[in-house]
Design a binder for this molecule. Structure first.
Ligand code: CA
Length: 240
């Protein structure tokens, strides 16, 4: 059974989420502040958590700060951020802070549940034994002296280990599956994030910038994750 941490200070909303998620069969814990969430996320604080629903507007540390601190602490719990309507910049800021997905408030509960299922499913998908889904790479993928471990969600480059978020791993996997092919941003949004509405495709660029920091010797002159102007990206495993 998956255990979900809901970080939300509005008590009626937090309890509504708890009620509905428990009805879906999830274990739910609520933290009312960012500080309480950070405490709960420490490995010794309790049973391991499978997913976090994180509101942006919190007293004290806001959701962006919490997200950044969680990632900086090397914790890669799948996270769905709740952003405010009418603040499209929040989405980009959320992705930059390290969230895996987002939902705009107010939201329909069935959509929230579907997004949570999606994140947990992708987590499972990443952990399937090699060869299960068609065209899925092995649990590890090596290129140009680097190894991506999709099972452990980490990237190993010359003895350095970089933990990846679930979405970073999914983006990388998607580009690897389309090696040498141009991949339009919109197609990535649809197939990696399952976003079909008119979403700002610049969200993807944040992921590419982060992945380049790990993968490229010189991130300002990428050789593996190439920008195709006006189109999207192309992954090249072994540059000439
Ligand atoms: Ca709030």
């Amino acid at each position: 059974m998956s255990r979900i941490l809901v970080v939300e200070d509005e008590r009626h909303l937090a309890e509504g989420l708890r009620f509905n998620l428990e009805a879906e069969g999830y274990e739910v814990e609520v933290a009312e502040t960012g500080e309480a969430a950070l405490e709960r996320l420490k490995p010794e604080a309790g049973a391991p958590l499978d997913l976090m629903v994180l509101d942006v507007m919190l007293p004290g540390k806001d959701g962006f700060t919490v997200m950044s601190e969680v990632r900086q602490a090397g914790q890669y719990i799948p996270t769905l951020m709740l952003t405010a309507r009418g603040h499209p910049g929040d989405v980009l800021q959320g992705f930059a802070a390290g969230t895996d997905d987002y939902l705009t408030k107010p939201f329909d509960l069935p959509i929230l549940v579907a997004r949570i299922r999606g994140l947990l499913r992708r987590k499972e998908w990443l952990r399937l034994p090699q060869g299960s889904p068609a065209k899925a790479p092995k649990d590890t993928y090596a290129f140009d002296g680097k190894t991506v471990d999709f099972d452990l969600l980490e990237l190993r480059v010359r003895g350095q280990v970089y933990p990846l978020t679930l979405m970073e791993a999914n983006v990388l996997r998607y580009l690897i599956q389309h090696e040498n092919q141009p991949v339009p941003r919109k197609k990535m949004l649809e197939e990696v994030w399952e976003l079909h509405e008119d979403t700002d495709t610049r969200a993807i660029d944040n992921f590419i910038v982060r992945l380049r920091k790990y993968i490229e010797d010189d991130p300002s002159r990428p050789r593996h994750l190439l920008t195709l102007r006006g189109v999207g990206y192309r992954f090249v495993a072994e540059p000439k």
